[in-house]
Ligand binder design. Structure first.
Ligand SMILES: [Zn+2]
Length: 136
């Protein structure tokens, strides 16, 4: 599973090479192969966008890169498939959970919700045990 070096040579971060957000320099927005070869990370210091390589196809969309700005390189997940399986027998799960979200996004969302739930329970528990001492 590899993207051709020739292709990597010409790929640039779309955010850093186009429009009003274009960076200074002769060749801005160069990309580094990271995350076990599954991600392309923009090398501009104030950019931080990372683009997943799905089934050997780099997904060079600014909105995709935006999602991973705050994710450290060593915490990037394995990119999902380029196209979600659409045959009903292949995967039994609601597919209209959000047309643009991948299975990994749903997994991350579920984990986020679970952690919020856990924190809420913790706070509720603390409040419950603290309350009697307030009623003096
Ligand atoms: Zn960039």
């Amino acid at each position: 599973m590899a993207v051709s070096p020739d292709l990597l040579e010409i790929l640039r971060c779309p955010y850093c090479v186009s429009g009003p957000t274009r960076k200074e320099g002769d060749d801005p927005g160069q990309l580094n192969l990271v995350g076990g070869g599954h991600w392309l990370a923009c090398t501009e210091p104030d950019c931080g966008r990372k683009y997943p390589i799905k089934e050997d196809i780099p997904v060079m969309l600014i909105e995709e890169g935006d999602k991973w700005i705050d994710t450290p390189v060593d915490e990037l997940p394995e990119p999902g498939p380029l196209v979600e399986p659409s045959t009903p027998s292949a995967v039994a799960r609601p597919s209209d959970f959000g047309s643009s979200s991948t299975g990994y996004d749903q997994k991350r969302l579920a984990m986020l919700l679970l952690s919020i739930l856990g924190v809420s329970l913790l706070i509720a528990g603390l409040l419950y045990f603290w309350r009697p001492s307030d009623q003096t």
